[in-house]
Design a protein around this ligand. Structure first.
Ligand code: HEC
Ligand code: HEC
Length: 455
């Protein structure tokens, strides 16, 4: 895998004021511009979205999420450099997989891959179908440590997680991005976890038809932008079963995030992918983006991927197929019988129509969540901008040179009188803003200045 670091130097001549024109490099394939980070930290979200599982000590930063993005798509995080997080969590499928089981470095997964859209907007802090990860941070390195998925398990002939740290430490791009994010270039499991979790939590989708309606009126009123069928489906989703005649979905898939209720138990799905039963699954991804903007399914659904379509899901809840010891009481009727909603075909279609209004569009195409590598796995980082140093003439016969560079790195400021031989003026350590600002005297002879970086 070839990678290269673009060590662009801003060269200035004292007499001429250089161009400040900027090329838009942020969405160029194979290029990550660290001098102009994409916005992950201050994305707009609707006012009614309040649930979050972001811990106070791992708030999203643009630098951290950018590092997380690169790692999410980097196949070198797997034992034989063939599998990345994105192999099983694909942007085109709402960061899930349309295969029932996903392919890892040593076979296929034991459960269906989960869509990651809006994973951060929930009160549930635990992750995985069976909630075995206490936080998203702790979740993120489990696939790397998994023998089947990415193969740094340290058992069964696999390299250990420490070997991955050694591998990443030898890659100059990671040296730069860890320093940029954390202040020093040291790579630790906790830093990998924090940045991957920041990227995953940044993946948000709030531009659906549902959001257009919800921005105007509360859930319990008909949405002006909905069809009658969609409004009827919304009422079925929200209302509990019984005299009101609802389907009771909102009790466990809580709007407006449609995130799982932390107290949910088993939902009547008992089959396991490998055969046998599995009653441990009490978490669901957000029900947003079950289909893509073109209506194409992002399923199959449930931990065993056993329900291919939304219609299959609705048939499941309409008549829970059997009892089990962990079945959630909300799926029982008074007296203890398992749920039989007796929905008509028209009601099932209404519910399905409503579920399809929960689909956004930007999350499928926004470059900030896309693969930063080229098809041949190349990646260039821009650390110093090309042609983007500005020069200001001051009253006291000095010039101020300003340059937006990547944060938390140390640059060399060099000068030359012939553009061939360069001498170090000073090392410039830039802080979290990444802004280089230096004042130089205007002298009789022409002097050239440049900023350079060596990892
Ligand atoms: C080989 C396929 C595969 C790879 C590679 C993979 N995952 Fe997953 N991911 C899955 C499957 C399958 C599940 C559900 C597993 C379970 O619950 O037992 C899952 C679950 C998750 C969840 C839980 C979501 C939730 O709502 O609870 C997150 C977060 C996640 N993966 C992130 C990642 C990250 C980050 C990486 C890369 C470091 C990654 N995955 C690599 C297949 C994969
Ligand atoms: C008692 C809580 C509960 C209720 C009520 C409930 N669900 Fe679920 N739902 C769950 C749990 C838990 C899962 C994950 C189960 C699994 O995969 O084993 C789930 C999974 C799903 C999934 C699969 C999500 C995915 O990404 O694969 C869909 C779709 C879904 N539910 C829709 C509905 C609808 C529609 C209703 C109302 C008719 C409903 N649910 C009612 C708890 C509930």
């Amino acid at each position: 895998m070839k990678t290269n670091l673009s060590l662009t130097a801003g060269i200035l001549m004292l007499i001429h004021v250089p161009l400040t024109a900027q090329v838009n490099t942020t969405s160029q394939p194979g290029v990550v511009d660290l001098t102009r980070l994409a916005n992950y930290a201050n994305q707009t979200k609707p006012v009614y979205i309040a649930r979050t599982n972001t811990p106070v000590n791992n708030q999203i930063t643009d630098a951290g999420a950018t590092l997380g993005r690169v790692m999410f798509y980097d196949k070198r995080l797997s034992r034989n450099s063939t599998v990345s997080c994105a192999s099983c969590h694909q942007q085109a499928n709402a960061f899930g997989d349309t295969a029932v089981a996903s392919v890892g470095v040593n076979g296929t997964t034991g459960r269906h891959s989960m869509r990651l859209v809006n994973a951060g907007f929930a009160t549930e802090t635990r992750f995985f179908w069976d909630e075995r990860a206490a936080t998203l941070e702790l979740q993120t390195t489990q696939p790397i440590r998994d023998h089947v998925e990415m193969g740094f398990s340290g058992t069964l002939g696999d390299p250990a997680f420490a070997d991955l740290v050694t591998r990443l430490t030898a890659i100059p791009e990671y040296h730069v991005m860890f320093a940029m994010t954390f202040g020093t270039a040291t790579i630790t499991e906790a830093r990998i976890q924090n940045s991957l979790a920041q990227f995953v939590r940044s993946i948000q989708s709030f531009d659906s038809k549902y959001d257009v309606g919800r921005a105007q009126v509360p859930d319990n009123q008909p949405f002006p932008n909905f069809t009658n069928q969609e409004n009827a489906g919304k009422a079925l989703f929200l209302n509990p079963p019984g005299p009101g005649g609802g389907a009771g979905c909102a009790g466990c898939h809580v709007p407006p995030e449609f995130a799982i209720d932390p107290n949910s138990r088993n939902n009547g799905v008992t089959a396991s992918l490998g055969g046998g039963t599995d009653l441990t699954n009490t978490r669901s991804p957000s029900l947003r983006d079950m289909v893509g903007p073109n209506g194409k399914s992002n399923g199959p659904f449930m931990h065993h991927g056993g329900q291919a379509t939304i219609a299959d899901v609705i048939n499941h809840y309409n008549l829970i197929p059997g009892d089990n010891t962990n079945l959630d009481p909300r799926l029982r009727r008074p007296g203890g019988a398992v749920q039989n909603l007796n929905l008509s075909q028209q009601q099932k279609d209404q519910l399905a129509a409503f579920l399809r209004t929960l689909t956004g569009s930007a999350v499928y195409t926004d470059a900030k969540w896309s693969n930063p590598f080229t098809a041949s796995n190349e990646l260039s980082l821009i650390i110093l901008p090309e042609n983007a140093t500005t020069v200001t003439k001051n009253a006291n016969n000095t010039l101020t040179l300003t340059c937006q560079a990547a944060p938390n790195l140390t640059y060399r400021m060099e000068s030359s009188t012939n553009l061939k031989d360069w001498t170090l003026v000073e090392q410039v350590a830039v802080g979290t803003t990444g802004l280089i600002e230096r004042t130089v005297p205007i002298t009789g002879t022409s002097t050239f200045y440049r900023f350079t970086y060596t990892p």
